[in-house]
Design a protein around this ligand. Structure first.
Ligand code: ZN
Length: 336
């Protein structure tokens, strides 16, 4: 590896902190589409970590998480390099949309191509100019519009380094995922770059606890991989719980949802999570838990057609313990 790090034609030397505008494409209004990036290189060698937000343009919690991480004084003494991309999908961010103008989902378009659609070009440029130069990564997301997610990590946990990072992030709920869906996470897995996906909160809203959770988690991962000094007080008991599977419970009938349970709560097999009914209160249809688990995502808009997703349930060996830790974690975020 040469000593110079070059992104978008800009050289970043050891000990430098620089902002780069990564050129992606020219739009039809004759303006340029750039991805703004901040690179912080320590004087000493170490990992090269990317932290990215708004791959889905309307998922703004991640933008704030990256912004807050960038203001940390501890970054002055990092080993290695932090590459911060607060807004990857700049076009979607400006139009408050998940997508790009060609209506494609960036997180289904990796690895992309230099001759493809605008989204494919963005994916390709981002992958080759930024991601391929990294050794580790964290990508911040929220639930899609009209849904909310419990803070959680999704990652390919059969890789030990990824698993260590997931545990270091210290959100109680971690989901193992083997998706092959054109996502940034899949692209990094192909490249052998251990990457976490953080999920929490909802699109187009800030959520203080989710933001705090993301910032603390990322800093903790930076300690784990040796970019920052190790924490003084490491956890003595198990705090992180891995779900190997999750499933959605969908509306059995079109109607208006009256939810009985919310994210973070445990549900037992056979329990009623909500009732979908007509506007007159006559016909009622129950949404019943198929398995015991924890609600990690839920609809916030209570207007559902038959088949619409209502509750996302993750299953664990011991859901009661997980529920307890989700509560404790939530209290901790409230306090400090
Ligand atoms: Zn997303």
């Amino acid at each position: 590896m040469t000593d110079d790090l070059i992104i978008g034609g800009v050289t970043i030397k050891r000990g430098e902190r620089k902002r780069v505008l990564l050129d992606v494409a020219k739009l039809y209004d004759f303006t340029d589409m750039n991805i703004p990036i901040e690179v912080i290189r320590g004087k000493k060698d170490g990992p090269i970590l990317f932290i990215s937000g708004a791959v889905h343009g309307d998922e703004i919690n991640g933008v704030e998480i990256v912004r807050q991480i960038l203001s940390k004084k501890a970054l002055k003494s990092i080993k290695g390099t932090l590459i911060a991309i607060p807004i990857v999908n700049v076009f979607g961010f400006n139009t408050k949309s998940r997508y790009l103008p060609d209506r494609r989902d960036l997180n289904r378009s990796f690895p992309g191509s230099s001759n493809g659609s605008l989204t494919a070009q963005l994916a390709h440029t981002f992958l080759t100019e930024v991601i391929q130069k990294c050794t580790h990564g964290i990508d911040f997301h929220c639930a899609a519009i009209n849904r909310i997610n419990l803070p959680q990590i999704r990652a390919y946990l059969d890789d030990q380094v990824t698993k260590d990072m997931a545990e270091a992030f210290r959100v109680p709920v971690v989901l193992h995922s083997e998706l092959r869906d054109g996502s940034l996470r899949e692209a990094t897995r192909e490249l052998g770059i251990p990457t976490l996906l953080f999920e929490g909160g909802e699109a187009l809203r800030f959520n203080g606890k989710v933001i705090k959770s993301g910032v603390q988690g990322a800093i903790s991962v930076m300690r784990e991989i040796g970019m920052l000094n190790p924490a003084k007080n490491k956890p003595t008991q198990k705090e992180v719980f891995i779900a190997r599977s999750s499933h959605w419970l969908r509306a059995p009938h079109s109607g208006i949802l009256s939810a009985k349970k919310k994210i973070g709560q445990r549900v037992k097999k056979g329990q009623v999570l909500g009732i979908v009914g007509d506007p007159f209160g006559i016909e009622k249809y129950e949404i019943v838990a198929k398995r015991t688990g924890i609600i990690i995502g839920a609809a916030t808009l209570p207007l559902l057609n038959r088949g619409d997703a209502a509750f996302h349930i993750a299953t664990f060996e011991d859901a009661a313990t997980v529920e307890e830790h989700v509560d404790l974690y939530d209290e901790k975020l409230e306090k400090n």
